[in-house]
Write a protein that binds this ligand. Structure first.
Ligand code: TRP
Length: 332
């Protein structure tokens, strides 16, 4: 029996992943290594759709790789690689652009949101074709499952449409992938603005818990997290969004159920509760951060691991691209 194939990608757009990335997605990447053939891609080409600084790009790509390994992506089990090292992504991306309607691409809500925020002059064409490159990332590996957050649902739908369209016009070429949409219990909010998703781009810096931040700084942030009126530690997203978010964080990392945490803090105040959450988070993240820092100390080893991943990825990608070109009638 062959294992189902999983593929996902993450942009190297920050020095550190945050707790929302981890609980919402990356932890599932780790779990899916079990029983699946997993491909995980640091999508640096996608990151170029926003203006980038070369030194930061390099630093963040390596930092992303180090953190992924530190949090449990095992480069011996999974194929962990950098998108720009596998040229087939761009090559298949072009083919995808050639079968996507202009109107179809114009309906992508992420493009619409980002381009309306930035205005058409600073919106890059690459942002418009971003979903077609993403489709190529997925289809090159004949992925069965694509674990992503809710915000990627439309891109996965487009990928499925493009694969179906290509297969029916040019013959069976691509596996039709399923989105594996991560949700419920996995949604971590900003700890300063607990009704908004934890996010580097929209959040407050004090509201985002970073994997690479020092234990002292994360402790301080959690102790100054926004709480709600009243003094009961109780899960109630409407009346108590702050406390509910902290309960979700505690439960996600400690593995304790929300109701048992509520019980532990029965009769105690918010202060005690926040200290406990800080301890759970800091102790959970400590070994991850330590391991990532160790990996970053030996950059050449890290680069070797990534180039081994790219070599493995290239074998599969080249096979799919050959088949695609052949089915299109391109003379090779
Ligand atoms: N667009 C995805 C995001 O912003 C990142 C991504 C690029 C991706 N290529 C992918 C995710 C392929 C899954 C599969 O989160």
């Amino acid at each position: 029996m062959s294992l189902k194939r999983v593929l996902s990608g993450i942009q190297p757009t920050s020095d550190s992943f945050h707790l929302g990335n981890y609980v919402g997605a990356l932890r599932q990447w780790v779990a899916l290594q079990e029983g699946h053939d997993a491909y995980y891609c640091i999508v640096d080409l996608h990151a170029l759709t926003m203006e980038t600084d070369p030194a930061l790009m390099r630093k963040r790509t390596l930092a992303s790789a180090a953190q992924l390994i530190a949090l449990g992506i095992d480069p011996n089990r999974s194929t962990l690689f950098v998108q720009s090292q596998v040229a087939q992504h761009n090559q298949l991306g072009w083919i995808m652009e050639c079968i996507t309607g202009f109107g179809e691409a114009s309906r992508m809500t992420q493009f619409k949101d980002k381009s309306s925020k930035n205005g058409s002059d600073s919106t890059k064409v690459g942002l418009f074709t971003y979903p077609m490159l993403q489709a190529a990332d997925i289809l090159l590996y004949q992925a069965d499952l694509v674990p992503v957050g809710e915000d990627q649902r439309q891109h996965i739908e487009l990928t499925r449409d493009l694969a179906t369209r290509f297969n029916s016009r040019y013959g069976q070429t691509f596996q039709i992938p399923e989105g594996f949409i991560l949700k419920a219990g996995a949604k971590i909010n900003d700890i300063q603005e607990p009704t908004a998703k934890m996010s580097k781009s929209s959040g407050t810096s004090n509201g985002v818990i970073e994997l690479m931040d020092t234990p002292e700084s994360n402790t301080k942030k959690i102790k100054s997290a926004v709480t709600d009126t009243g003094r009961e530690v109780r899960f109630d997203e409407k009346e108590k969004p702050g406390i509910s978010n902290l309960l979700t964080i505690h439960s996600a990392l400690s593995g304790q159920t929300i109701s048992s945490i509520e019980k532990d803090f029965d009769g105690k105040g918010y202060g005690d509760f926040k200290s406990a959450v800080a301890e759970v988070v800091v102790e959970y993240l400590r070994p991850i951060r330590t391991r990532a820092l160790e990996l970053l100390e030996d950059e050449s080893h890290l680069i070797t691991l990534l180039s081994q991943g790219a070599a493995k990825a290239r074998v599969v990608a080249a096979q799919t691209l050959d088949e695609t070109y052949k089915n299109l009638g391109l003379v090779q």
